[in-house]
Ligand binder design. Structure first.
Ligand code: MG
Ligand code: MG
Length: 252
């Protein structure tokens, strides 16, 4: 499958979808508090995206039962919203959400602390968010795809954490997952040359312990193999001659 290029008009529309994703994640962040279940978060996401004129992209994707992925503590990604998963003080929860409107997708993730969190957890969130920023900074016309992951990995390793290798970012546009795959590790200077109109969902997953993961018996939830905390941040980013355009940033 070739990498598809998006027209300026498509990118404008994807930015509109990005606004819906940002508003939904903001609503989730505001209610993520001790005592709230991940199923309640899922319901709020569904209501928010519907009110804003989009549809949840994950719902029904390969049979996934939720509108969001909600992954608590050692859960890395793909946590299934559940009435029995109750957020507790000190947890960190990754909230991953994609939306589609008029046939175009946007995808973003944040990890938030529930109430007061400890210093290790806070540092993990800060490092993962900064790693995403470092990766986005390498998005430039004429650059190479693996420059992104190399920058992410370099930054994370220096901070003493590890980067998940089994799950990667992806192109996005008329489908949620398009070519190319975007690893968050590896040497720079390889892979496709970045061209205007490519749109990339860049999404580092960073573990406090080792990088290895395993899949739970529910066949969706991915957890760290050593049970250590994991964090995840994601933005949808268009390659343009003016530099990276993040399509899932809050207005402010
Ligand atoms: Mg996502
Ligand atoms: Mg994604």
């Amino acid at each position: 499958m070739p990498i598809t290029l998006k027209s300026p008009n498509e990118i404008r529309q994807m930015r509109e979808v990005g606004r819906i994703v940002v508003a939904t994640l903001r609503a989730l962040r505001e209610v993520a508090a001790p005592g709230v279940t991940t199923l309640e978060l899922d319901r709020i996401a569904y209501e928010t995206v519907s009110r804003l004129g989009g549809q949840p992209a994950f719902l029904g994707y390969r049979g996934f039962p939720g509108s969001i992925c909600a992954s608590i503590n050692e859960e890395v990604v793909h946590g299934i919203p559940s009435a029995t998963r109750i957020l507790r003080e000190g947890d960190i929860v990754s909230l991953d959400f994609g939306a589609v409107a008029r046939g175009l997708y946007a995808d973003s993730a944040i990890t938030v602390g529930v109430g007061a969190i400890n210093l290790d957890a806070q540092r993990l969130l800060d490092v993962t968010q900064e790693a995403l920023r470092q990766g986005i900074n390498r998005v430039r016309v004429g650059g190479r795809l693996t420059d992104i992951g190399a920058a992410i990995e370099d930054y994370v390793l220096v901070q003493g954490f590890s980067v998940v290798r089994e799950y990667v970012g992806h192109g996005i546009g008329r489908a949620m997952h398009e070519e190319p795959q975007i690893p968050n590790y590896g040497p720079p200077g390889k892979g496709p040359v970045l061209r205007p109109g490519m749109v990339l969902a860049i999404e580092p997953m960073v573990n406090l312990g080792t990088w290895q993961t395993k899949v739970c018996p529910d066949k969706w939830t991915v957890v760290t193999a050593d049970g250590s905390l994991s964090a995840h941040f994601e933005h949808t980013v268009a390659v343009s001659s003016g530099g990276p355009q993040v399509l899932t940033l809050p207005e402010d």
